[in-house]
Design a protein around this ligand. Structure first.
Ligand SMILES: [Zn+2]
Length: 400
């Protein structure tokens, strides 16, 4: 599934539903029999006819806009996404902020809900959403800034047109006064083209959506997977965990993965360092030592472990503790965990700026900050690292 862009709204008779969607196709659409999913139809839900399709073409393929996706499973996922974006998921920072939700099974969604003025609607406005549904979460988050910028422009145009129509209507016949006298009007449904005074509004949306999909924006990168770093977790980790004990082991692990100088025997240091995605230069002025005396390892460190350790460290501990995981599988498991966090850092470095929603969507929490700050230094170029560190500190606060 390539990305699919859709317009949904909250119909006063049918609830949340999809009214238009655009997807990329290799071939022009054929006369397909409509699928079993019921498509609501009323003045307000109206866009183009069920058997109609708006098609644009370029050298990469066809961009097809239909009332509902032709594939039944996609129609179902999109319907669910519209329901969630209009009824369950609420942006907390007011109208205008995009929201992200989704999972591996239902796809990943970026949605921007907005309202248009309508003197005949309940509350004098109608709620709409423009959303992008994609299978690849990382790709969706990578295109987030570009997508948000263009969706914002589409919304701004629609709002401006709807406000113009509404103002003209109010001047002619102020609806607030009529409503107060009469109660609710008998017919309330109006299509988007009536609300904006643009008969061709759905064709315009098709062109916007097709243009957005035609860039590299929505093409999922199936063919160029990220290179796998040469990580080789040491087979001695489990035996060190046993010899050092949980607490001392965690101190060593925390120091090495967050960039604190660790002074200890070289084979133990190498075992901890085998959990870094590449050789990082430690620039911290903190020192910690774990030295063996009388068959017991002793920690000397001026600091203490934070109450909550970074997610990666907790996951490494869980894997090492898991008795059902044989050593052969443990290595692969640890490898995956390290690659996952290396990719998170790479994803963080892509957009020009980040915000809290973006961090949350990547599963980053406050206690991951010490690890991220160190990994950014190792994985990003110097300028990017400075900007990212500043932004991470801003959103996640200093975690000492
Ligand atoms: Zn309807």
């Amino acid at each position: 599934m390539d990305g699919i862009l859709a317009l949904g709204h909250f119909c006063e008779s049918h609830g949340p539903c999809v009214i238009l969607c655009t997807q990329k196709a290799e071939n022009p659409p054929k006369n397909q029999a409509p699928h079993a999913l019921t498509v609501p139809w009323c003045d307000s839900c109206q866009s183009i006819f069920l058997n109609q399709a708006l098609v644009s073409k370029n050298e990469k393929g066809y961009y097809v806009t239909t009332r509902t996706p032709l594939q039944q499973d996609l129609a179902f996922l999109l319907k669910q996404a519209v329901v969630r974006s209009l009824s369950c998921e609420e942006e907390t920072s007011g109208e205008g902020s995009p929201i992200y939700f989704g999972d591996h099974e239902r796809g990943h969604v970026l949605a921007r809900t907005f309202t248009l003025q309508d003197s005949l609607a309940r509350g004098f406005y109608r709620k709409y959403t423009i959303l992008m549904l994609m299978r690849d979460k990382v790709h969706l988050l990578n295109v987030w800034p570009v997508l948000v910028k263009h969706i914002k422009e589409i919304v701004r145009d629609l709002k401006k047109d709807a406000a113009k129509i509404n103002d003209a209507e109010q001047e002619k016949r102020p609806q607030r006064a009529v409503r107060q006298a009469q109660g609710s009007p008998s017919t309330t449904g109006r299509s988007l083209s009536e609300l904006t005074g643009r008969p061709a509004v759905f064709a315009h949306l098709h062109l916007w959506f097709a243009w957005l999909l035609s860039g590299s924006l929505a093409e999922e990168r199936r063919k160029t997977p990220l290179s796998i770093p040469n990580v080789s977790p040491s087979p001695l980790l489990r035996s060190y965990l046993k010899n050092l004990g949980d607490e001392t082991f965690k101190v060593g692990l925390y120091c090495v993965l967050t960039g604190i100088n660790l002074i200890t025997e070289s084979s133990l240091l190498d075992a901890f360092k085998s959990l870094l995605p590449c050789e990082f230069l430690v620039s911290s002025n903190q020192y910690c030592s774990i030295i063996k005396s009388d068959e017991k390892y002793e920690v000397k460190w001026d600091e203490e472990l934070p109450n909550k350790l970074p997610t990666l460290i907790m996951n490494i501990m869980k894997s090492l503790d898991n008795k059902h995981l044989p050593d052969s599988v443990l290595k692969t498991q640890l490898n995956c965990l390290i690659v996952q966090w290396r990719n998170i850092v790479n994803t963080l470095a892509r957009p020009p700026s980040i915000n809290l929603e973006f961090l949350q969507s990547l599963g980053i929490q406050k206690f991951d900050l010490p690890l991220l700050l160190f990994w950014i230094t190792g994985l990003c170029n110097e300028n990017k690292a400075i900007v990212l560190k500043e932004q991470l500190n801003k959103y996640l606060g200093c975690n000492k």
